[in-house]
Structures are given as structure tokens and as C-alpha cells.
Design a protein. Structure first.
Length: 494
């Protein structure tokens, strides 16, 4: 199949979070499966034009009150198998930041910026004389692409093109003032008819969910959870209505970049058959963080954004968080790497200053992140919700047993410990409360001291897990076939 991915991010060109990793990894896996995959992105200010190949232009794009024009550049993902096209529009994309900056976290003209991206995707295909079978849109910045396909392009040369929209994080929906709708060049009847209306504002993701032929979420459990009022962020009714078209496909993980047997960031490599290198990594981690070098004392690590979604209120809350009691009551060491909300950064620094067995680094350090995954014994992920999650997959690969809230991708990748049989690959709790985190951390520490044979077996079982993008690509291939069937019936062609 010919597949066009419309996205605001794709590594190594543009990345603000996990979206960029997922888009590129899936595109490469689909290309390995034999599909003709291409990606269209904005040409952000950080991307040097001189490093890209100009392929002509200007490309006329029908948005706003006068036609806008874009230059077109090309590169490819590492390995060269997937072409990446960049739309160059100085007013929309010639600035720092993908979605915003520290001074302006959410650009006021984001509806216009990403409407331009979505509309230009069709003009790009025309200029290339390449009409995709599948238009795959990712998250709210690309959600207008399925809307344009259904309501403007459905009877053009794109009549047989099917659309798929992937929800990477429903917490971000692209909600803006109603006045931005006029820029989209859609009839005002579609403000309600195409699903844009959201409490008298424009909701880009909602319109995309109403228009796409098929929908996906980044894990099976997350696909179920977003259909509930608790995790639907106001769109659960629409998602229940479209439940027959919604599929949860678990993201893969970068198994080449995160491989304990070949990781260049580690002082010693290791495998399930020889864990001596893991012991060396633990000692190095303790030395680096200024903790006593003690192989008998378990280390709990956490590498995370320090934001509410990640459960930091229950873990680090100044009045009720469980971290202080976990470190005070249990014979363990606790290490944190991350940044985020100011109150949480300050609290983590305070804990590091008052607890002898707690250490923290504010910010992000790729080498230290790898060392923490390798050197720790347990990995803390108490996320309030987690669409897929990557760190628990990395932890399993490194024999570092996750302690997680049973939600989203965490529920789909971690198997809960059975203390009678020793089965499982981690430790799970059902309700996100400070007490639940405390009790589950205590359970893991109890197993460390009282069931060492279980910990060893769990490590070996965890390190054998493989969450590959090739598996995900095969599932997407089946979904694309289903989307094409739906598209063929869109105008009664079948």
C-alpha cells in the first residue's frame, strides 16, 4: 500500500515527546513490510534548509482568506527507506518551538498552522503525482486531514483513499477559539456537522475522530479506557459511538537503542544469561549519585516528566505523597531523573536534601537514563494514565522490574507478580493513591529480601519480552485493509 503519514513530529527532525519516536519507528517498520510510506512535516525553524533537498514550489494551499504558499523540501529517515517531505512556510513555522515556547506554551495560531499542514498534504500528493491508499494522521495537529478528505477531497482523485487517525494522548485535543474555524475554508454547517463544536469552541481532535474511517489508540487497554468518563476527557461519548472503528495497537519499543547487551552508555553490558554486568552498572549508579555502594540494597529508579499525568502528586506531594515514607520505612535506595512542574522539582530537591537514601537529578541526561534503567532493581511508574509508555518496556529489557499503576500500556506490558508461584514481570496496583504506591513498593522490597529466587526468575522472564514495531506494523496492515473497505463504501461504490 501507499501510505502518507501526516504528523507534527518525526525523529530525528522534530520531537517534543513520544509522538516523534512512534511516527518514525512505525513508518520504518511499515517500509520493511513492503509498503510505500512517506511522511509530511512542517519545516520548523530548527531544520536547516541547506541540509534538505529542495524539490520545487511554491505549493499553493487553499486556507484562510487568500491562498498560502509553501516551499517543499525532502530528506529521509535514517536508512533512506522512508522519504520525508517538509512544508516551508516562514510565518507559520519559522519560529522556535513546535507547539509553543516557554513564553507562549501554546501558540495562538496553532489552528491555522496545522490546518495549513493538513490541507497542504493533499497538494503535495498532487504535485508528486502520488495518491496514497492510506492517509494516516497522528494526534490533534494532523486531525484536520481526515476532515478534509471526507468533506472536501472525497470525490477527487482521493476518492479511494482511506483515513486512519491515531490517538497518542487524548489529554491533548487542540481546543481553540471558534473564530479560527473560518480559516479552515469549510462550510459553517460543518462546525456542528463535522464534530468541531466543543462548548462553543473548536476541537480539532474531535472533528478528526468523527471523520476518519478508522481510529487507533496506542495500546488495547488505553483504547478501552478512553471510552469511559474517567479518561475520556469529554470525548468518551463520541469514542463509544465509534467503538466498532476503534482499535488499540500497542506501540513498539526501540530495541536497538535500548539493548543491555550492546548499550554504549553502560560501564558493562549484560544479558539474561550473564547478569554480572548489571551488578557493575548498579555499583556505578550508586557511585555517581553518591549513594552507598551496596549490592544487597535494592534501588528504585524513576525517569519521568514530573507532571500530574505521571502520578507525581501521589508520590511526591508535600503533604500526602508516599516517597518520604517509602524511603524512611524501607531498606532501599531511590533515584529520580526528570523535570517538570516547579513545585515537584522543588519537592524532589527537598527530599534529596533530607533523606540519605534519596537522590535526584533535575533535567534529562541520556547517559544517566540508560544507567538508571540498567543499574536499578525496580522502576517506578505510578502514572495517572499512560497511553502506551516506553520506560516500562525498557525496564523489562534491562531486567529492572516495573512498579506500575494498572492502566493503559502499563497494563498491557507488565504481568503482575504472583508471590505463591513467582510468576510475573512486575508489581501492579489498581487505585492511584499514596497508600497504594507505598504498599506496592513495600511488596517489591519484601520480595527482594524474602523471595530472591522469584526476583531472579522475573528478571529472566522480563528480559525475554520483545515489544517490536514489526508486530505493530503487521497489525496496522490489517487495519489499513479494513479502512480501505470502509472507504470503498463511503459513496456507495461497493
Amino acid at each position: 500500500m501507499k501510505i502518507l503519514m501526516v504528523s507534527s513530529e518525526a525523529v530525528p527532525f522534530a520531537k517534543a515527546g513520544g509522538l516523534g519516536d512512534a511516527v518514525s519507528a512505525l513508518a520504518l517498520a511499515l517500509a520493511r513490510a513492503g509498503h510505500d510510506v512517506r511522511i509530511v512535516l512542517p519545516r520548523y525553524y530548527c531544520l536547516d534548509r541547506s541540509r534538505l533537498e529542495s524539490i520545487g514550489g511554491p505549493l499553493g494551499v487553499g486556507v484562510g482568506f487568500a491562498e498560502e504558499f509553501a516551499g517543499v523540501y525532502r530528506s529521509s529517515l535514517p536508512g533512506g527507506a522512508v522519504p520525508v517531505y517538509f512544508l516551508d512556510h516562514e510565518r507559520f513555522f519559522g519560529r522556535d518551538g513546535i507547539y509553543g515556547t516557554k513564553a507562549e506554551p501554546d501558540f495562538a495560531d496553532n489552528p491555522q498552522r496545522f490546518a495549513f499542514l493538513c490541507r497542504a498534504a493533499f497538494q503535495l500528493c498532487r504535485s508528486l503525482a502520488w495518491i496514497p491508499d492510506i492517509l494516516h494522521a497522528h494526534d490533534w495537529p494532523a486531525a484536520l486531514a481526515p476532515v478534509y478528505l471526507r468533506h472536501l477531497e472525497g470525490r477527487t482523485e482521493f476518492a479511494k483513499t482511506a483515513s486512519v487517525l491515531t490517538i497518542h494522548n487524548l489529554g491533548y485535543q487542540g481546543v481553540y477559539d471558534k473564530e479560527s474555524f473560518s480559516f479552515f475554508r469549510l462550510p459553517w454547517a460543518l462546525f456542528h456537522g463535522a464534530g468541531f463544536e466543543f462548548y462553543e469552541r473548536v476541537n480539532l481532535l474531535k472533528a478528526g475522530l468523527a471523520s476518519a474511517d478508522c481510529l487507533t489508540a496506542v495500546s488495547p487497554s488505553y483504547a478501552r479506557e478512553i471510552q469511559t468518563p474517567e479518561q475520556g476527557f469529554g470525548l468518551d461519548g463520541l469514542l463509544r459511538f465509534r467503538s466498532a472503528d476503534l482499535v488499540g495497537i500497542l506501540n513498539g519499543a526501540d530495541l536497538d537503542g535500548w539493548d543491555p547487551a550492546a548499550d554504549p552508555f553502560l560501564p558493562a553490558n549484560f544479558s539474561a544469561g550473564d547478569l554480572s554486568g548489571k551488578a557493575a552498572c548498579k555499583a556505578e549508579l550508586q557511585r555517581e549519585l553518591g549513594l552507598p555502594v551496596d549490592p544487597a540494597r535494592p534501588i528504585v529508579a524513576m525517569v519521568s516528566r514530573l507532571v500530574e499525568q505521571k502520578g507525581v502528586g501521589e508520590l511526591f506531594g508535600p503533604l500526602s505523597g508516599s516517597a518520604y515514607r517509602v524511603c524512611s520505612d524501607m531498606a532501599l535506595q531511590f533515584a529520580v531523573l526528570g523535570s517538570g512542574e516547579r513545585w515537584c522539582e522543588e519537592e524532589v530537591r527537598s527530599l534529596a536534601g533530607s533523606l540519605p537514601n534519596f537522590r535526584a537529578r533535575i533535567g534529562y541526561d541520556e547517559r544517566l537514563a540508560h544507567l538508571m534503567e540498567a543499574g536499578a532493581d525496580f522502576f517506578m511508574m505510578p502514572s495517572r494514565y499512560e497511553p502506551c509508555g516506553l520506560n516500562q518496556m525498557y525496564s523489562l529489557r534491562y531486567g529492572t522490574l516495573p512498579i506500575v499503576h494498572r492502566t493503559g500500556g502499563l497494563a498491557d506490558t507488565v504481568e503482575n507478580y504472583n508471590q505463591d508461584t513467582g510468576a510475573g514481570t512486575g508489581f501492579m496496583f489498581d487505585n492511584l493513591t499514596p497508600r497504594a504506591i507505598y504498599d506496592t513498593a513495600g511488596w517489591a522490597v519484601w520480595a527482594w529480601y524474602n523471595r530472591p529466587e522469584h526476583i531472579k526468575a522475573m528478571r529472566e522472564r522480563a528480559m525475554a519480552k520483545r515489544f517490536t514495531w514489526d508486530r505493530a506494523a503487521a497489525e496496522f496492515g490489517k487495519l489499513y485493509e479494513r479502512a480501505l473497505e470502509r472507504a470503498s463504501c463511503r459513496y456507495g461504490d461497493a
